[in-house]
Design a protein around this ligand. Structure first.
Ligand code: ADP
Ligand code: MG
Length: 240
């Protein structure tokens, strides 16, 4: 689905060079939820830009499917002057796939995930958690092959964050989508992922990979006896 093969990337600016990624290799299989975890500024957002093809690697090769990418960001980036429904149709307009059929699919998806009564509202009338759900449905409306999530929960308060990340994960799983999440939050990575890729400090390089196989839902993961041990292993690897 997506494979990074010995990828390096260096930013060139007037003030000098910043090596953001060095010799990075990992794979995301179809249907997998993979989290990439690393300290702030280590190169995580750069990795997503490379995955989406917004940046080209300085060296190495990225192997990807032919499908579309869907992005979900820290700030939900909903447009206030558009209703929830109009926000959800936005990627269809942008990608010139704004057909009655695609709109009906997007609308059905919104209704399936509890947004029916919100479609005519403006984003400002929604809670932070509901806004992120709208942002996810909007991302899914364009039928992406893989979802790229750049710390999409970090702007939310703690309680909302737990609810929203469980919500987002369960929608992604039930829609059988592939996801690549970058985060600096160890608990979030354990709760959500099939696999965790641990990065070094900048330039980002793979330090370790862990398959997470205990429990199924994020909530059960957090309550599982394996959670604390896994957290400890990751915390040590990250040196915090
Ligand atoms: P993270 O998402 O892990 O916080 P980033 O991928 O955003 O890290 O950035 C990695 C490094 O690359 C940082 O040191 C950052 O300052 C630098 N960087 C990011 N974007 C640019 C850019 N457009 N030009 C120059 N340097 C950049
Ligand atoms: Mg970032």
């Amino acid at each position: 689905m997506l494979e990074f093969d010995k990828i390096s990337y260096t930013y060139h600016t007037k003030s000098g060079e910043t090596a953001a990624v060095r010799d990075l290799s990992f794979k995301v299989e179809k249907g997998q939820f993979v989290s990439v975890i690393g300290p702030s500024g280590c190169g995580k957002s750069t990795i997503l830009s490379l995955a989406a093809g917004l940046l080209s690697p300085s060296s190495g090769k990225i192997i990807r499917g032919s499908g579309e990418f869907g992005y979900m960001l820290q700030r939900d980036a909903l447009f206030e002057w558009r209703t929830v429904e109009q926000n959800i149709y936005l990627p269809l307009e942008v990608k010139k796939r704004n057909t009655a059929e695609m709109r009906a699919k997007a609308c059905a998806l919104a209704e399936k995930y509890g947004l029916k009564d919100f479609l005519k509202k403006s984003p400002s009338q929604l809670s932070g958690g509901m806004r992120q759900r709208v942002a996810l449905i909007r991302t899914l409306a364009a039928e992406p092959e893989i979802l790229l999530l750049d710390e999409p929960f970090s702007a939310l308060d703690y309680q909302t964050r737990l609810e929203v990340c469980d919500d987002v994960q369960s929608i992604i799983k039930s829609e059988k989508k592939t996801a690549l999440l970058v985060t600096h939050d160890i608990s979030e990575a354990i709760a959500l992922s099939d696999k965790i890729v641990v990065l070094t400090a900048r330039p980002a390089h793979v330090l370790a990979e862990h398959e997470i196989t205990f429990a199924f839902t994020p909530k059960d993961r957090r309550n599982d006896s394996h959670f604390a041990g896994t957290f400890e292993v990751l915390r040590k690897e990250l040196g915090i």
